[in-house]
Design a protein around this ligand. Structure first.
Ligand code: AMP
Ligand code: ZN
Length: 460
């Protein structure tokens, strides 16, 4: 039985879809004003792991991920300005051009990380009318009011407001009180529909004049359009719990009287060197940063399996280095089995499969599943049956366990030693030795490239 942790009930629950065999799921997509960093990608790897675990349990998927290309303010509440507009002004570009460019890069990262694309990828700007209708419905039901700035949700009308974040609400309230908007009825009331200032680039004509949508209404409207009033799972990062998802629930209750998702799932944050990622610290690494430093994107995917999704995960260069090495070792082990001729009992194979499945089915316990994967991979007898089982595990892990090139590249001891010697020679400024080793490597079929971050090697 698949068990998943529900933030709403603070419990692991037995999973059962509302509709027989198809899981309807919504994931909050990227705000496409700047390139996704590896923290964002942790969230989408979690989303993909969930998809693959559901598929491993023979469910079909109807999954929506939006693209936030308007309405996400510089603070998750309604203060500040639209992140897209700000980026557009800074780059002197059209916000939608930025949105397209970043979305393309984002989806390219999906490919590099073996993240499957959800069945529907829905940009907010293509669903403005659906959002306006949703706001109108909330208004009709008496849960919203108009001010000179826009349409606001009246949180005092909803007794259950704050049910998702619980304890955090008090803190939020204290924060909200600092921002005084005399037209708001309650400090936690939030914007559904925002009246656009003259200079605002993205705005649409609506029954309330030239407006643009609030970030929260986007997800409510798109979720409703593609998945209906009630669907199975809603996912996002933990930062979404206190504001974005709380507000999505409020909106759905205001419009349809119902919490839109049965299960709310949240992935914890990625830290860098034990701290936050931030532009000012220059540590908003992207998948491209890792590639530039010579790591495979899939090494990052492997690295995320070292921690459960509900725990924080700390990125260091040592940890990605060790993940890369482990991934290559895993592939080497796979090929040893693939070339093996020995036999293993069906009983043992089934036992391992059960162990793997029970780990991933226990609220996506990937670190535990990896322990089984390694037990299987390291098994002393080399057997094609084991290779087949590892491939079966990889339908969930998505590490391209049967990928060949890297294996021959990095697992040859002699080549590794030569590279080490060359590195030492370069550090001692002994360029003669360094060049000799480079030529020797070339004779052996490897081309060395010196990059800012060290030597990289390619098969010629
Ligand atoms: P945003 O573009 O800000 O809407 O974020 C996209 C996704 O990335 C959301 O699900 C966030 O919760 C998630 N996210 C942002 N920063 C991190 C981080 N450091 N670690 C994990 N997830 C993150
Ligand atoms: Zn959302």
């Amino acid at each position: 039985m698949l068990k998943l942790y529900n933030t709403l009930t603070r419990q692991k629950e037995d999973f059962k879809p509302l509709e027989e065999n198809t899981v309807r799921m919504y994931t909050c997509g990227l705000t496409v004003y700047s390139e996704a960093h590896i923290g964002n990608m942790r969230a989408y790897l979690f989303m993909d792991n969930l998809r693959k675990v559901l598929k491993y349990n023979d469910y079909n998927l109807n999954h929506v991920m939006n693209i936030t290309d308007v309405g996400h303010m510089t603070s998750d509440a309604d203060e500040g300005e639209d992140k897209m507009e700000k980026a557009a002004r800074k780059a002197n570009k059209n916000p939608l051009d930025i949105a397209h460019e970043i979305t393309e890069k984002f989806l390219n990262d999906f490919d590099r990380l073996n993240i499957e694309r959800p069945e529907h990828i829905t940009p907010a700007t293509e669903h403005i009318k659906d959002m306006e209708e949703y706001v109108a419905k909330i208004m009709e039901n008496g849960y919203a009011y108009e001010t000179s700035k826009g349409i606001y949700f009246d949180t005092s009308k909803l007794k259950s407001y704050g049910e998702l974040s619980r304890a955090n609400l008090e803190k939020q309230l204290a924060g909200a009180r600092i921002e005084v908007d005399s037209e708001k009825r309650n400090p936690l009331d939030f914007a559904l529909w925002i009246k656009a200032p003259k200079e605002h680039i993205m705005k649409w004509n609506s029954r309330w004049g030239e407006c643009y949508p609030g970030w929260h209404i986007e997800c409510s409207a798109m979720g409703h359009k593609y998945l209906g009033t009630k669907f199975d799972i809603h996912t996002g990062g933990v930062d979404h719990i206190p504001i974005h998802h709380e507000n999505e629930i409020a909106q759905a209750k205001g419009a349809y009287g119902i919490n839109p998702a049965n299960l709310w799932m949240h992935v914890e944050f990625l830290l860098i060197d034990g701290g936050k990622m931030s532009k000012s610290l220059g540590n908003c690494y992207t998948i491209s940063t890792l590639v530039e430093k010579g790591y495979e994107p899939l090494a990052y995917r492997y690295f995320t399996y070292t921690s459960h999704y509900r725990n924080k995960l700390n990125f260091t260069w040592e940890s990605i280095d060790s993940a890369q090495k482990s991934l290559l070792r895993l592939r080497e082990a796979y090929f040893n089995h693939e070339n093996g001729t020995e036999d293993v009992s069906e009983e043992l194979l089934n036992e391992w499969k059960e162990e793997f499945k029970s780990a991933i089915n226990d609220d996506l316990n990937f670190p535990l599943a990896m322990a089984t994967v390694w037990e299987v991979a390291k098994f002393a007898k080399h057997s094609k049956k084991i290779a087949k089982l590892l491939l079966d595990f990889d339908s969930v892990l998505s590490l391209s366990i049967d990928k060949k090139e890297e294996k021959t590249l990095l697992l040859d001891k002699e080549i590794e030693e030569l590279l080490e010697k060359r590195k030492a020679a370069r550090e001692n400024k002994d360029f003669k030795t360094s060049d000799e080793i480079r030529d020797l490597l070339l004779q052996k079929g490897y081309k060395v490239i010196d990059t800012k971050t060290g030597q990289q090697i390619e098969k010629v």
